[in-house]
Write a protein that binds this ligand. Structure first.
Ligand SMILES: [Zn+2]
Length: 630
């Protein structure tokens, strides 16, 4: 039977949906999965009232592609986000677009830059809370604390019709009321809330914390958990008819298989995630042993709300929830960050029964029932199984991304990688699967990947970070990202003389990064080479025309060139996109003053003072400007 998009009338049906994602949370660090020192009591609480999927797997070991799979029900080839920074295809339906179309109120509150609205998961949400704070030196922070995310989520819940909260509270007291009301409920009052917290992601706590890394990791889980407990209490009013899904987006490696953090390899270290659900039609205290994928969440959640999600890779898990079984199937996962970030071969994984194949230049085959640690590669002894599963992997995705099919920014990244690999045939190399598989196998770059992870994790800072980057650039001179990071680190240390050659090396490799050209423009501006700074900013604007930092720097350059009108225009455009860009506001006040608009200058300066924290060191300079204007 084909299931239409109209509401089905099952006996027990969820009215609202809450999706909680906890970034980088390993299943085996959760009490419901047997961890004795669990600090994830919020997950355990949902698990105790519902179902635990013991063997749940992400479709990609990295934040944006994995969340895109959760929200679309499709594997990465189907939603188009193969790596962080690669936008989700705007034509693909998500839980939010579907429920919005059914009249739900929808809101998301996310905690980290990979989920910024520009990457395409904001579609369908009435509210998409993704504002990140800026550091004192004006850099956009990569994440925000769970406390702020949960505050925003609770504030949004309070804007929902208070009648519905009261109605649900009485429903909790009188279970028969739920059944009576379900037939007459106004779909306008239903809601979908997605809350994402980021604490368990590296760096684990602050740099001064000298505890062992796993203790710090658990501590971060505990920090996120305290806030999620607050969220669960706020949701108590709706608990009788709300489906709550809690999931990790990927795991985290602490040296298993020579890996640290996540994003490169597709071992279960980083693919296995916690997945628990509670709500109507979900039996309390049940566990499901069958392997499931996060691609199953969207079709399952939609079904439990009375709808259907079409054209998905995942399946509706309702038969499992009802105590039955699913038809046997295979589960796919992939990692294309090795290709997109480093020009290495991508990894694709197929799990089928007891077998798991990792398709790579050197394939790996594991009997995951007998060898959960994936320690014994059986590929050499089981060539037929390898061949069969490899052809299955190819049905989900070729081992490449065609630049012609990729969005322009990604195509540019890919071309840049071909160049850095020193391959004059770079474009055809990316198009041709054979050549793609001739790229380095990430397993053979384990040690390099571990060093890169150490750098990107944020666990290293200051001199230690610069030293690690210098080593990486020495050993891997074609690594354009390493040149860029070293250039930025030296720039932040005030050393433009040694930053510029690194930034030029990254630019020569064709790395399409606005940060690169902003860094160059900063150094060029400091030595008053305004013509070269102008060219660098032009390149930054071509790459990211809406980036407020780019607009602010263009404004500062225009002011230095004496064109206060153009400076004011560009600085205002920057502030419209990010009102917390304090340096832009200070320069706006200066530009007004130079243009003779003293009242506007004083207003901008006073506005800035009202936004700066009482302890901000910039206050003195702003106050001096205000006095000079009087
Ligand atoms: Zn993540």
């Amino acid at each position: 039977m084909t299931i239409g998009c109209e509401r089905q009338p099952p006996a027990a049906r969820a009215h609202n949906l809450v999706l909680i994602t906890i970034d980088t949370l390993r299943a085996d660090h959760v009490g419901a999965y047997g961890y004795a020192r669990s600090q994830a009591s919020a997950v355990d609480e949902v698990a105790a009232a519902g179902v635990v999927f013991e063997h749940a797997y992400a479709a990609a070991p990295i934040t944006l592609p994995s969340h895109a799979t959760l929200l679309t029900g499709r594997y990465p080839p189907g939603h188009g986000s193969r790596d962080n920074g690669m936008r989700v295809n705007a034509a693909v339906p998500t839980i939010a677009t579907e429920l919005k179309a059914h009249g739900f109120r929808t809101a998301a509150f996310v905690a980290a830059f990979p989920l910024d609205h520009q990457f395409g998961l904001e579609r369908g949400f009435d509210v998409y809370g993704d504002r990140l704070p800026r550091t004192p030196d004006g850099q956009l922070a990569n994440e925000r604390p769970a406390a702020g995310v949960v505050n925003d989520a609770i504030a949004w819940l309070e804007t929902l019709n208070p009648q519905s909260a009261i109605r649900n509270q009485s429903a909790i007291r009188n279970q028969s009321a739920i059944r009576n009301q379900s037939a007459i409920r106004n779909p306008q009052s239903a809601f979908f809330l997605w809350v994402h917290v980021f604490e368990p992601h590296a760096p684990y706590g602050d740099g001064s914390d000298r505890r062992p890394v796993l203790e710090r990791y658990d501590g971060e889980i505990g920090t996120a958990n305290r806030e999620l407990q607050r969220l669960l209490r706020a949701l108590d009013a709706w608990s009788s008819d709300t489906l709550v899904v809690v999931a990790g987006d990927h795991g985290e490696a602490f040296g298993e298989h020579g890996e640290f953090a996540h994003s490169i390899f597709v071992y279960d270290t980083t693919l296995r995630v916690p997945l628990v659900m509670r709500g109507p039609a979900v039996r309390a205290r049940s566990t499901i042993a069958a392997a499931v994928t996060l691609a199953d969440v969207a079709p399952t959640a939609l079904r439990l709300l009375g709808f259907a999600m079409r054209d998905v890779d995942g399946v509706d898990l309702a038969p499992l929830l009802a105590g039955g079984a699913l038809a046997s199937r295979e589960i796919y996962a992939e990692s294309f960050a090795p290709l997109v970030e480093f020009g290495w071969a991508p990894l694709r994984a197929i799990r089928s029964g007891a077998w798991k194949l990792i398709a790579a230049p050197k394939p790996e085959l594991f009997d995951v029932n007998a060898d959960a640690a994936e320690a014994n590669n059986l590929a050499a002894d089981q060539r037929e199984v390898v061949q069969r599963l490899d052809s299955r992997a190819n049905r989900y995705s070729a081992p490449d991304i065609s630049p012609s099919a990729a969005p322009p920014d990604v195509a540019e990244r890919l071309r840049a990688l071909g160049y850095t690999a020193g391959n004059p045939q770079s474009q055809s190399a990316i198009r041709n699967p054979q050549s793609a598989m001739e790229r380095p196998d990430p397993k053979d770059r384990r040690e390099m990947a571990a060093r890169i992870a150490q750098i990107t994790s944020g666990e290293l800072t200051g001199e230690a970070l610069v030293t690690a980057l210098e080593g990486l650039v020495r050993d891997d001179p074609r690594n354009a990202q390493a040149h860029l990071r070293l250039g930025i680190a030296r720039l932040q240390a005030g050393d433009c003389a040694r930053a510029e050659p690194e930034l030029h090396a990254a630019a020569a490799a064709g790395l399409p990064s606005a940060d690169l050209y902003l860094g160059l423009a900063t150094c060029l501006g400091r030595r008053n080479d305004l013509a070269a700074a102008e060219r660098a900013l032009g390149e930054a604007r071509r790459l990211e025309p809406d980036n407020p930092a780019v607009l602010a720097n263009i404004g500062i350059l225009r002011a230095a060139q004496g064109n206060q009108g153009a400076a004011i225009e560009s600085l205002m455009a920057a502030l419209a996109r990010d009102p917390d860009l304090h340096e832009a506001r200070f320069n706006l006040a200066l530009a007004y003053a130079r243009a003779g608009r003293r009242a506007d200058a004083a207003a901008a300066a006073r506005d800035l003072l009202s936004r700066l924290p009482a302890s901000a060191p910039q206050r003195a300079e702003v106050e001096r400007l205000l006095r000079a204007l009087q």
